[in-house]
Design a protein around this ligand. Structure first.
Ligand SMILES: Nc1ncnc2c1ncn2[C@@H]1O[C@H](COP(=O)(O)OP(=O)(O)O)[C@@H](O)[C@H]1O
Ligand SMILES: [Mg+2]
Length: 201
């Protein structure tokens, strides 16, 4: 068994609004990198870290502090060079200095709406997630928490999983620079006169 030096370890976070394709991309990326894959939703369930259910927001409540501690213990016990963490609050579950890179997946609100409708989400939950995508919430969280230098945005609109994984791998190997500010859903929808259709409260 190879024991990896912890300094060589790369913790890669894949984040983005629910429905952008984090899990599909993270699973394929983990295979490609022979990385350990951690789905935060599964992780919190398996480790009993769900504290309740928020009826209004239709989402489970977790204590991010506790998740952070358990995840760190779990990661320390792993013997893997690459670790891929999949979750829309992923940046809050690892100490920023331990994060190697954050990939923020972006998907055009029209495509995202289709995914969320197919999941059977309520109108309210769809509206909340669309607003979050339009207002760059995950991107801002990633930059605030980990700093611009570690953050890469990838527009997955109309792209298949393989294509997205290829871009990520190229970035990790230094063949493609990270980009930030590549999408402007707010401006785009506004220019098309379609903002009201997507940004509703
Ligand atoms: N790059 C992609 N192109 C097309 N469909 C995708 C892509 N990535 C994911 N999907 C599909 O979109 C849906 C949401 O993906 P999922 O990985 O569950 O999103 P998330 O984990 O961000 O909530 C799934 O039905 C998945 O098969
Ligand atoms: Mg997922």
């Amino acid at each position: 068994m190879v024991n990896y030096d912890l300094k060589e370890r790369r913790i890669i976070i894949v984040t983005g609004t629910p429905g952008v394709g984090k899990s599909a991309v993270s699973r394929a990326l983990s295979k490609e990198l022979k990385a350990e894959y951690i789905d935060l939703t599964e992780f919190v369930k398996k480790h009993g870290l769900i504290e309740g259910y928020d009826e209004d927001r239709e989402t489970f409540i977790v204590d991010e502090e506790k998740v952070c501690i358990r995840l760190q213990e779990f990661i320390e016990g792993l013997n893997a060079q690459n670790i891929v963490i999949d979750g829309h609050y992923g940046v809050f579950t690892v100490s920023p200095e331990k994060v190697y890179r954050v990939f923020v997946l972006r998907r055009h609100p029209a495509e995202l709406r289709e995914v969320l409708l197919a999941r059977g989400y309520s109108d309210r939950k769809i509206a909340e997630n669309l607003a979050s995508e339009i207002l760059d919430v995950c991107l801002i969280d990633a930059i605030k928490r980990c700093g611009r230098d570690k953050v890469c945005e990838i527009d997955v609109t109309g792209k298949d999983v393989g294509c997205v994984v290829k871009k990520i791998v190229e970035n990790l190997s230094g063949r493609r620079p990270c980009e930030i500010g590549i999408v402007d859903w707010l401006g785009e929808l506004e220019r098309e006169g379609r903002l009201d259709e997507f940004l509703t409260f």
